[in-house]
Design a protein around this ligand. Structure first.
Ligand SMILES: [Mn+2]
Length: 227
């Protein structure tokens, strides 16, 4: 009898934002191999130095899946309107980095889901209102929600399911670790770290950013290093 090949582990990676060097280091540190299932929480592009390198990796590797982040969503919305993304100050720099990969990459990204919604794992870029059905929540919510509008609480404080929810989008120096929710955005592009969650063992692996690539007002200050 032949055994069905099942992925050995699932490795969920936080917001990469074009930090391809740190991505390579993280894949090495987590010993990610072809037999692993890799899931990115979105925002692979923008703000950082090498959006192209990150997307080349995501498009080439057969074991990598991604959900849409707010930055990919904005790029897709611009493309639907037939214009190049020029909404955020770093959009055109990202288009420049992508070069001839821009159009093929957009075709691939257009197929990324907003969520990975499985019996024992939920992956979403930002969050959702746990009091309402997931299927009824908009792309803007799923890629942008941090706090519940009415109570102001972080959405995951109201999340009571047993199913593990893994998300990004809310950059903080340390990952969010709850019984049923893990937040992986540790602000690599701001000079923090790139973090992955390894399942089923629930081990976190992080690699420090090589430098500060972008500034964020809410991020702890650190000198922007010379290019
Ligand atoms: Mn985001």
């Amino acid at each position: 009898m032949r055994h069905k090949r099942v992925p050995r582990r699932t490795v969920v990676i936080g917001d990469i934002h074009g930090c391809s060097a740190e991505l390579r280091e993280l894949l090495r540190a987590a010993r990610v191999g072809r037999e692993d299932r890799v899931i990115c929480v979105g925002d692979l592009i923008c703000k950082g130095p090498d959006s192209r390198g990150v997307l080349e990796w995501a498009m080439r590797a057969p074991n990598v899946e991604c959900v849409l982040g707010n930055h990919e969503l904005r790029f897709l919305n611009c493309r639907r309107r037939g214009v190049l993304p020029d909404v955020k100050p770093y959009d055109m720099e990202t288009v420049r980095q992508l070069g001839e990969l821009y159009e093929p990459a957009m075709r691939v990204i257009a197929g990324w889901p907003l969520t990975i919604d499985e019996p024992d794992l939920l992956v979403v870029h930002a969050g959702f209102d746990p009091r309402r059905a997931l299927a009824r929540q908009s792309d803007v919510m799923l890629t942008g929600l941090r706090r519940l509008k009415d109570t102001g609480e972080p959405w995951y404080e109201r999340y009571e399911d047993e199913r593990l929810a893994v998300f990004g989008h809310w950059a903080a120096p340390k990952p969010v670790v709850r019984r049923n929710a893990v937040g992986l955005d540790t602000g690599c592009v701001y000079g923090g770290a790139l973090t992955a969650l390894i399942l089923p063992e629930r081990r976190l692996v992080g690699v420090p950013a090589r430098r500060v690539y972008a500034r964020k007002d809410s991020w702890p200050a650190r000198e922007l290093e010379a290019a």
